[in-house]
Design a protein around this ligand. Structure first.
Ligand SMILES: Nc1ncnc2c1ncn2[C@@H]1O[C@H](COP(=O)(O)OP(=O)(O)OP(=O)(O)O)[C@@H](O)[C@H]1O
Ligand SMILES: [Mg+2]
Length: 386
């Protein structure tokens, strides 16, 4: 299918998985990471780096950019043995699947079923040594793994240090949205994880203008977006510091203008794009929630339009009534508590103990996303999923 037309030259640079030839405003971070990984490039000791920052600040694209850069920089001598492996912990869902996908990227064909994580790791290490591979391992969205208590796998990865010089080597880039998650790890893991942390800050409006201009150059025919329209996208997206949102809005505005038979994307097309795509932080995480978790979040959202905090008992009451509406069986209090923990660690809500209640201490929760955009999205997920 081709969306190309009067405005759009090539839709590919507007896709979210596109890795551009340069990353405006992340040049410093690129050099720092390369510096940290330098020993790896020349076959030296195992290195690791942690990348962290909010949604859409470029963590994933930076790691992919680094992988591409290393494959170009690596000396002739090592090139044939270099392997870059990207794993998204959230999409893989469990430690077992993560290890399995690393093993299959390395071409391990033995059946891993029934083996412990440690045993799989041993066969990975054995293979890296035997073939003297240089493996760059990118572990994205690790928050999820820590969330489900699978962080021990991180400990296992540091067994890669068992590799000795000349027998293959590894570098690990760990990506976490929320650095406070590190404090959730047990001390053993934390001690071994001890790595430089690179924090990516949210983008300003000017920075987003540069990021957008790059996409405009690759994706649109010359002169097809007015500077007013471009600035409007950058300014609005800068409220969230999120380049993903900025690019999504550019893409949507381009489609609106193209289908509206316009020659230039105008501020009005951008406004329409904002209307169709309200900002929803953690949109991917939202689709990863279970039906029950969506219902609980909707209950919180329903109660939150006029309130900053709502009590857990009010939330439970609303949740039970929503379960009836959606034909679901309400879960017990202990299970609800687990859902609340997950919603909180994913950043949808915050939670605190308040002493205002009649019985003394009560837990209250607060929604971190505007209710109007959230509620629309939740309804569409709940209706689509049932
Ligand atoms: N400096 C940059 N230059 C060009 N494009 C960028 C830059 N930063 C981010 N992007 C683009 O913005 C989008 C979002 O970036 P990315 O997916 O890397 O965010 P993230 O930090 O991994 O977010 P999340 O935590 O939600 O996964 C991608 O399309 C990416 O290519
Ligand atoms: Mg990402």
């Amino acid at each position: 299918m081709s969306l190309a037309g009067v405005i759009i030259k090539d839709v590919n640079p507007l896709s979210l998985s596109y890795v551009p030839p340069s990353l405006p405003h992340r040049e410093k971070e690129v050099s720092r990471i390369i510096e940290y990984l330098e020993p790896f490039l020349y076959g030296g000791h195992v290195t690791k780096v942690i990348l962290t920052g909010g949604s859409g600040v470029g963590k994933t694209v930076l790691s992919k950019f680094i992988s591409r850069l290393i494959s170009q920089k690596i000396s002739e001598h090592y090139r044939g043995r270099f392997k870059s492996i990207y794993v998204n912990a959230r999409l893989k869902g469990s430690s077992f699947n993560i290890l399995n996908s690393i093993a299959s990227s390395l071409g391990i064909s033995i059946s891993l079923r029934g083996l412990s994580n440690d045993e799989v790791l041993s066969s990975l290490i054995e293979l890296i040594q035997r073939k003297s591979l240089l493996v760059l391992l990118i572990l994205d969205e690790l928050d999820f793994l820590i969330d489900i208590g699978g962080s021990n796998i991180l400990y296992s990865f540091f067994r890669l240090h068992e590799l000795t010089e000349g027998e293959g080597n590894a570098a690990i880039i760990m990506i976490l949205r929320n650095p406070s998650y590190l404090s959730k790890l047990d001390r053993g893991v934390l001690h071994t994880i001890h790595s430089p942390i690179i924090r990516l800050s949210p983008y300003s409006s000017l920075e987003l203008t540069d990021i957008l201009s790059q996409r405009v150059k690759y994706a649109l025919h010359p002169g097809r977006i007015s500077s007013d329209a471009l600035n409007l996208i950058a300014e609005e997206s800068a409220k969230y510091g999120d380049a993903r949102y900025a690019i999504e809005i550019l893409w949507k505005s381009a489609i609106i203008a193209e289908y509206g038979n316009k020659f230039v994307i105008s501020p009005e097309d951008v406004r329409e794009a904002f209307f169709h795509l309200p900002y929803i932080p953690y949109k991917d995480d939202l689709s990863a929630l279970s039906h029950q978790e969506l219902l609980l979040l909707l209950a919180i959202s329903n109660l939150s339009s006029e309130k900053s905090y709502v009590s857990l008992s009010e939330v439970e009451e609303e949740y039970v009534s929503l379960c009836q509406d959606f034909g679901a069986t309400p879960r017990k209090h202990t299970q609800i508590w687990k859902y609340i923990n997950r919603l909180s660690s994913l950043g949808f809500i915050t939670r605190k103990v308040s002493s205002r209640g009649r019985d003394g201490r009560v837990t209250v929760v607060s929604l971190r996303i505007p209710t109007h955009s959230l509620s629309r999205q939740l309804h569409s997920l709940l209706e689509g999923g049932s």
